[in-house]
Design a protein around this ligand. Structure first.
Ligand code: DX5
Ligand code: ZN
Length: 234
């Protein structure tokens, strides 16, 4: 089953509690929290570990925290203790040794580690980390801002990561983030993504539940087609 993961970056910052309730009412099971430091990306966000701790008290939804910060190892413990369920770091944000150490630290604190790639980073750059993670995230926009245009040219990377993971870590999710909406979700599912982040398309919609239904229905029809194709090829 595909998962719609609404990004709170597009929510009303003065009414976060209400926005979380609105997401719950739309039937979603996950929330995406974007943390930006103004260095790794040219923007700041108002989310930090104290916001995550407050969210943890307010909801039982799965909190998927996306760190867009330099040298994330400095803060992983704070985010784990705050109550993140998934904590995802950029492979470009530090040396390979520090990235590995950060992923291992997250795991040791009982949280699910994830690795994320900017659009210019090839799938092979994260290959060595795939056995260590529960989430591989492909950015479908340059990280830093909501509301950008979806990069369909990232779809082969989604498929490549799914193939690499099927060999070493089949239970790992493949997530896409940026420009996902009622049109672009289909390419994501067909390419092998199973967690779809949507900010603007969810929180700026009058009927956010419709997007969830569309994605879940779309995923079911893709599984049906795949099963049929398998049936005819055997
Ligand atoms: C961008 C963030 C995204 C952003 C997506 O750097 O990582 O999570 O909120 O927003 P939309 O869905 O509007 O592109
Ligand atoms: Zn994000």
């Amino acid at each position: 089953m595909a998962i719609l993961c609404p990004s709170l970056l597009a929510a009303d910052p003065l009414n976060l509690g209400k926005e979380i309730k609105r997401a719950e009412a739309a039937g979603v099971t996950w929330l995406h929290v974007d943390v930006m430091d103004g260095c790794f990306v040219p923007n700041l966000s108002s989310f930090t570990y104290s916001t995550v701790a407050a969210m943890r008290k307010a909801t039982d939804l799965t909190l998927d925290v996306h760190l867009m910060i330099d040298r994330p190892i400095r803060y992983v413990e704070d985010f784990c203790r705050a109550g993140a369920d998934y904590l995802t770091l950029h492979v470009e944000a530090d040396s390979r040794e520090h990235i590995r150490a950060a992923l291992e630290k997250i795991r040791s604190l009982g949280v699910k580690p994830g690795i994320v790639l900017k659009p210019g980073t090839p799938a092979e750059a994260v290959e060595e980390f795939l056995p260590l993670v529960d989430m591989a995230l492909v950015m479908t926009v340059e990280p830093g801002f909501g509301g950008q245009k979806f990069m369909s040219r990232m779809m082969p990377k989604v498929t490549r990561l799914r193939q690499l993971l099927d060999r070493v870590n089949p239970a790992c999710h493949v997530e896409v983030d940026g420009g996902v909406d009622g049109q672009t979700f289909r390419a994501c599912l067909q390419s092998g993504a199973d967690v779809l982040v949507a900010g603007s398309a969810f929180f700026r919609s009058e009927d956010p539940q419709a997007l969830r239904r569309l994605i879940e229905k779309g995923a079911m029809s893709i599984v049906e087609v795949e099963t049929k194709n398998k049936g005819t090829s055997e």
